[in-house]
Design a protein around this ligand. Structure first.
Ligand SMILES: *[C@@H]1O[C@H](CO)[C@@H](O)[C@H](O)[C@H]1NC(C)=O
Ligand SMILES: [Cu+2]
Length: 223
């Protein structure tokens, strides 16, 4: 279990739940067809936050993952249990008002993914062993304005049947400045972008050994 608890921008942590909609409980969403797959929610209770975090397009932000909201350390167990292997992913959605937009529905585009590398190391392992830090580049070519940032880790240790994969995600509220607007991403919907039969969602990661992993969702938008 884990929570994207805070966002770091330009080396400055914006504060626990400040501009990030954090749930009180760290359990996963498992139903990819539920509205909660967008920005978390039922059965979890998610807090609202009035803060909208200003971010320069073209720079990286860092999603900070912690086991519980009360976790103060950053050792591997303070991030997520080491059994939780799978990809890390991030999406953006342009919205009129990041503090109030639900995030449910169309408009999402993928900006980062880290599945399994050629040595068999998973994206989640890099975050677990990297003090819970998940670095995400905000593309320089998107239009300025308010966005939701959906940062996600998927744990596949029980994913040989569906439901089974555990989806951990929270949404941060951004005001992106300085984007050129040169490109308009094509978008997908949450729910909708994932299916229970996706090869990256229904998968046994233990046997046979995984030699290549297909991260669920669309391809990563590039400028
Ligand atoms: C910025 O984020 C991207 C992922 O979007 C990552 O590949 C890259 O290593 C990050 N850069 C830095 C300096 O952390
Ligand atoms: Cu868990």
């Amino acid at each position: 279990h884990t929570i994207f608890s805070s966002l770091e921008v330009n080396g400055v942590n914006q504060g626990l739940g400040e501009g990030v909609r954090v749930p009180t409980y760290n359990g996963p969403i498992e139903d990819v067809t539920s509205a909660s797959i967008a920005c978390n929610g039922s059965p979890n209770t998610v807090a609202s936050t009035s803060k909208v975090i200003t971010v320069q397009a073209g720079t990286n932000v860092t999603a900070i993952w912690r086991y519980m909201l009360s976790t103060t350390g950053d050792s591997p167990a303070d991030v997520m249990d080491s059994s939780h292997k799978g990809p890390t992913i991030a999406y953006l959605k342009k919205v009129d008002n990041a503090a109030t937009a639900s995030g449910v529905g169309n408009g999402w585009f993928k900006i980062q993914q880290d599945g399994m590398d050629s040595s068999g190391v998973w994206g989640t392992e890099r975050v677990i062993n990297g003090k819970g830090r998940h670095s995400i580049k905000i593309p320089e070519c998107i239009a300025p304005g308010q966005y939701l940032l959906r940062a996600e880790m998927i744990a596949l240790h029980a994913a040989s049947n569906y439901p089974g994969a555990q989806f951990y995600m929270e949404c941060a509220q951004l005001n992106v400045v300085g984007g050129t607007g040169a490109k308009t991403p094509s978008t997908v919907s949450f729910p909708g972008a994932y299916s229970g039969s996706d090869p990256g969602v229904k998968i046994s990661i233990y046997w046979p050994p995984v030699t290549a992993y297909t991260v669920p969702g669309p391809s990563v938008f590039t400028c």
